[in-house]
Design a protein around this ligand. Sequence first.
Ligand code: SAM
Length: 683
Amino acid sequence: MGSMDSLPGLPALSACITRAVQDHIATSTEAGRDLSPLTDLANSVLKIEGYIAGDQGREGEPSHACRRIPLGTIDLSSLLSQINAPAPAPAPDGAADGVVRQNGAATNTAADCTPDEGRTSTDRDGGGSLDAETGSRSRRRNLRPNPRTRYASSTTTSDDEDGANPKRRKATGGLRLARGANRRSEDDESDAAAGNGSSRQLLVNAKNHPQRKKREFNDVRSMQPSTLDKLILGIWEQIHGSIAFDPQIVIDQWRESHAIEGTELITGGEDMTTISALASANREFNRMNIFCRKITQASRCCRALEVIVQARWIDYYEQRVQTLVTDNPDVSLTKNKMAALLEACQDFGWSEKELRNKMSIWKGYHEIKESGGWVSLVFAGMGIYRFCKYRVGFTNDALLRLKSLRSRFEVAADTLHPHWRELLKIIGEPSERKYYGHPHDWVVSDNAEPIPLAATYVQWDPSFSFEHIDNSVIDEDQWGPADPRSLELIPLSDVHFCNVCHERQSDDPKVNACRCFPNLYGGNSGPCPVQVFRTHDGRNNGLLACVPFDRGIAIGEFVGLITRGLRDLDVMQGETVAGSYQIYQGRYGNYTRFINHSCNPNSQFHRFSWLGVQRIILVSKGIEAGQEITVDYSGRYWDNLDKECLCREGCCRYRNRSITSGSSSGGVGQGVVNGMVNGSELT
Ligand SMILES: C[S@@+](CC[C@H](N)C(=O)[O-])C[C@H]1O[C@@H](n2cnc3c(N)ncnc32)[C@H](O)[C@@H]1O
């Protein structure tokens, strides 16, 4: 019988099969499926063997011999015990983690499945125990117990959150939704404590929040997005990115580069010592950063210009062919095309082959423009070249998908980069801006024109208005200049440390060392890649993720008017040493106001302190690009809402309820009566 050594490739195959078994166990457990056939074998070892069909046998063996190939064994007891038992500390050699033994040797299964052979099992899966709330990809990774997941335990105390009492997490997964009686009684208790039985409240789950997955050096995503996905993600990232897109900068930069002393940085190039000397001085380094940023911006505009001109060239080429066909009706189409091509070759100074190669890519740009509009070309970034060169996934469906995104791209681009269309003037295309205001002043849908936000509320509130703000505003009539969210009655110091990572916090990026939620705090926040969208199922609007939000990433802070004493309006309620305060999003706030409820949500509210001030932030539990962002409003909210839940989850807790009176405003809760929905008590 052949040994694994003598059959190259089989260890990898074996590892893949083993991994499939592990995945099956993991996903079945998370989905709550019955694993009894396996658990009955909990003390056993699963042996995997294969046959090679039509195998001629090895030299010296009869050709009809059916060769059995040992593909390894899986220690079920170790695998199942990780799922069912409290998490042990990670074994340094991965031996406790679904180890596969092949011919006696312990082998790292995933490493064999992927090209990065050098990884140890500790490298690979570093974090996460089995967790019911994670997306399937993370679930697979989370087979390994993670000593860092103390927040996730349903038994953790608030001490845990401060890091004072780290406990191992229960394998049941603290992020699992508490359901039924337990959940309701928990809610009721908190209600009673707050003396707030009648308001609709969202629940901040203070005891745990989704932990960000630590990116490992060798982390390989098991499911790579398709090339079209990458292209689309690239467009969203460029639109929401930190680099301002303004074609004017190309011209300004050109002028500036000749006017300032640093001209030699781009024109001289004669000696690198000039650059080194400049960089060594702090001031000069700073200047160099700004210069470099401007050049990067300019280059991005130039690259966009190049792509749109090349796509436009295809239109001109086709027009030229048409003219030739009209002028030479007796000449075949192919010959007319060749004639047009050769004319162009002369002007370009390229060979026919060179031009044909380039044309095939430019035709790709042209097709993308026809579907996704100029906006998708302008913001596509470098990925577009590869997409058009290799045409992986460049199908009609892909083009239809781009078409459905076109107006969504335009809303984001027009509102975040108001001048981008100026580039289109150069190619003789209309350049008037279509969408004004804030990105979230528009409600988008696939395959339909965006509509103004106010139009989607007018049936409940004819005078609806909503101002988008980045930071909460203190209602001074109620609180004076003091911020009731402040965690210290008398501020002891101007220096603040994070109560999670214990690092220094500052709005100045040079001073800040807290990286807990870097997209929100620490000086480098940008526009959040989300859009308000039309739901068409009775929930009015909702919030859509344009890009993926990995588990543990903050989506946004719940901001609004910090006030108190509001009645019959829906508010988020907070609690600090100063007492109770309310965050009211009725007239101003941010995109967190548009998040709908789900009984199986993909985000959750979480308390965080920034610069000594309590914040309520929305943290992702793992959200894919294009998914609706949802949160669990909690029983306290639904107890006071005369409406059925439309989340359509199998585990829905608030559907088929008996509705007592007329539903609040018939739809969205932010109508005439309630002005704004939300409410939570921060206990
Ligand atoms: C914070 S708002 C969310 C945004 C809201 N859909 C809108 O268009 O403004 C909460 C309101 O949205 C509606 N809503 C949210 N989630 C829902 C759900 N799962 N089922 C039914 N209605 C929901 C309810 O009217 C609720 O009062």
